[in-house]
Each structure stands twice: as structure tokens, then as C-alpha cells.
Design a protein around this ligand. Structure first.
Ligand SMILES: [Mg+2]
Ligand SMILES: [Zn+2]
Length: 187
């Protein structure tokens, strides 16, 4: 589902970003259900500010929000939280071009819930993206698997749920960084 997409002409390099655990803090088993649950990683703000200023990427957020499908939060609330995140980032000089989210529960078997690549496919319809020069950063195996399916280079960010993921799953990625600041050495 699309929250918004500020389209711009021409072929773009994209940096796809997972939200929870990458931009804002996230703990296993705890859902983000209100704006109050959002606290940004200072390292993420730092990194995205620099990337926004110095690098020629469109920033696109791709986020699973199954709390909607699980009836823990309304669709309206999920949109409000996403808008809040976008606005807070904007206050810090970080301009996000689009946000796509999956509101479904795993049982709904939709085509957008990560690791499915539906949200990337939607972005590819909205933007002329040069996949060979684009990246995806996330803290879960499902992010890395989606990146691979979509033909994006993946960066595993070891914040949020990363340590739990590494303990429990076999996670394959192209690069791994301690936090989003590590992106500056790669992209
Ligand atoms: Mg995450
Ligand atoms: Zn979905």
C-alpha cells in the first residue's frame, strides 16, 4: 500500500530503507502502535542527513506493518505514524521520496509483505529506478531476501532485531554494517 510517492523525472539511484529497527528503534515482540513508540536512532538521523545532502539517491521507505492486519492498530493510525516519521525526518533535512507499507497479517498471504517483493515492484512502477545502482538496508532476514528477489544489493544493518535474526536464522546479505552510518563507506 502506498502512503505517498513524490515522483521525479529521470533515472534514479534508490536507497530503500526498512523503517523499524533501522530508522527508529525496534525490539522483538514489541509493535509500534503510536507516535510515542517512535524513537529515532541518532546514528540513522546522522547518516540519512548526510546521504540526503551529499548523495544522489531517492530515499524510499518499505515497511511491514502487520499490527494493522493483526487488529492491534487501525489502518488510519498506521498512516498517521508513517506521516509522523516522514515529517520528523523532514525536520532533520531528510527528504523521503516515497513510503510503501504492507498492512497485512502473514495469514492474508498478500504479495506485499516482506520477503515478497511487491512493495519494490510498486516503487518500480512509480519511479524510473536503476536497480544496478540501488540498495536496500534492513535489520531482518526478510529484508535481505526481498532485496535479493528484487535484484537490489542488500545491506544488513545490525541494529533493531538484527542480533535475534542472526541467532535464529541464516541471513544472507551483500554487506553488513553496525548502524546506518556504515552506509557511507558502501554506497
Ligand atoms: Mg526492521
Ligand atoms: Zn501486504
Amino acid at each position: 500500500m502506498k502512503l505517498f510517492a513524490k515522483k521525479s523525472a529521470g533515472k534514479k539511484k534508490a536507497l530503500f530503507l526498512d523503517r523499524d529497527g533501522v530508522i527508529n528503534m525496534d525490539k522483538p515482540g514489541k509493535y509500534i502502535l503510536s507516535e510515542k513508540d517512535i524513537s529515532f536512532y541518532p546514528s540513522a538521523i546522522d547518516a540519512l542527513k548526510t546521504i540526503s545532502r551529499k548523495k544522489d539517491y531517492v530515499l524510499i521507505i518499505i515497511t511491514n506493518q502487520s499490527a494493522v492486519g493483526r487488529k492491534m492498530m487501525t489502518l488510519k493510525k498506521s498512516k498517521e505514524i508513517n506521516r509522523y516519521v516522514i515529517n520528523e525526518l523532514k525536520k532533520n533535512g531528510i527528504y523521503v521520496s516515497a513510503l510503501y507499507f504492507c498492512p497485512h497479517s502473514p495469514q492474508e498471504k498478500c504479495l506485499c509483505r516482506k520477503p515478497a517483493a511487491g512493495m519494490i515492484e510498486e516503487a518500480l512502477r512509480d519511479f524510473d529506478i536503476d536497480l544496478s545502482k540501488s540498495w536496500l538496508a534492513g535489520d531482518k532476514k526478510s529484508d535481505m531476501d526481498m532485496a535479493k528477489k528484487a535484484g537490489l544489493k542488500s545491506i544488513f544493518v545490525r541494529t533493531g532485531q538484527a542480533s535475534k535474526e542472526l541467532r535464529e536464522k541464516r541471513v544472507n546479505y551483500d554487506f553488513s554494517v553496525r548502524d546506518l552510518r556504515g552506509l557511507m563507506r558502501i554506497i
